[in-house]
Design a protein. Structure first.
Length: 294
């Protein structure tokens, strides 16, 4: 059983001007996502700037999100780390707070072998009972979770159920699904590849676009699952210029700029991320206007 099907939002974390987490704004964003038809909340991932949070902040945001959402839709908590013990600690705490599932990024910087990845993910999975989605994003971590490794983990570890694929490598993804025999739930980690992954048997997307266009992103997936492939593809292609603008600088710089342009007042980024370059902000603004969200 998939943890969720459709569009999960990789939610930003709103900050106050002094850099503290803005919980009042977070509640507002969560309610907006649920009202917009988002199928799952993915909290404290890359887009949520979890890498600049203390462990206390990280867990506080997960706990608060679980309380606000209150089981209306699944909450998937980002609890990955390049330290296995830290990932176990964060994962156990998130489970206690009521998270429905976990998103575990491959260990970054220390670049484990494939056997090391299997040992790492298995150790975390053994420490909790809730479902786990692996997160393959070699552009950030410096290591690829190989197709065979993902299949091995999903076949042999009961609560490892799928993968968020942000490698962009459709050949590897197709190979993985060919050998998976239905045991891997695949979610696109790239908003420009939602329909291609759905066409290979994917379950949906963990989306940055959903932060600014929740209803539209949900509908890309919903149209597909209704069997209206042509409409799903049309919606995907219509969003491509905006998606390009949302990734013209490193995520989540553009999406936070977009939300502030929309008047959502989600606050600043945390260093080392800095505000968007003026020329790129103009490109983003134009794409938002043309897409009809500004």
């Amino acid at each position: 059983m998939a943890l969720f099907e459709g569009a999960g939002v990789a939610l930003i974390t709103p900050f106050k001007d002094n850099g503290e987490v803005n919980y009042e704004k977070l509640e507002e964003l969560l309610e907006e996502q649920i009202a917009g038809g988002t199928d799952s909340i993915v909290i404290c991932g890359t887009t949520g700037e979890a890498s600049t949070m203390t462990h206390e902040e990280h867990l506080s945001v997960i706990k608060y999100t679980c309380e606000v959402v209150n089981k209306r839709i699944p909450v998937v908590a980002g609890t990955g780390s390049n330290c296995t013990e830290t990932a176990i600690y964060l994962s156990k705490e998130a489970e206690k707070f009521g998270a429905d599932g976990l998103l575990l990024v491959s260990p970054y910087y220390n670049k484990a072998t494939q056997n090391g990845l299997i040992a790492h993910f298995t150790a975390v999975a053994d420490a909790v009972k809730i479902p786990i989605i692996l997160y393959n994003i070699p552009g950030r971590t410096g290591v690829t979770i190989a197709p065979q490794t993902i299949v091995t983990l999903c076949k042999n570890v009961p609560n490892i159920v799928g993968v968020k694929e942000a490698s962009g490598n459709l050949t590897n993804i197709a190979e993985m699904l060919a050998m998976a025999d239905g045991c891997v739930d695949v979610y696109s980690g790239n908003d420009d590849q939602i329909v291609p992954l759905l066409s290979l048997g994917g379950k949906g997307v963990v989306s940055v676009l959903s932060n600014v266009a929740p209803a539209q992103t949900h509908e890309i997936c919903a149209s597909w699952f209704r069997g209206d492939v042509k409409e799903s593809a049309r919606l995907q292609l219509e969003a491509i210029p905006l998606i390009g603008a949302l990734f013209c600088e490193v995520n989540p710089i553009p999406v936070k700029a977009a939300m502030n342009l929309m008047g959502k007042k989600v606050g600043p980024l945390r260093l080392p991320l800095t505000e968007m370059e003026p020329a790129n902000q103009e490109r983003l603004k134009k794409a938002m206007e043309e897409y009809g969200i500004l």
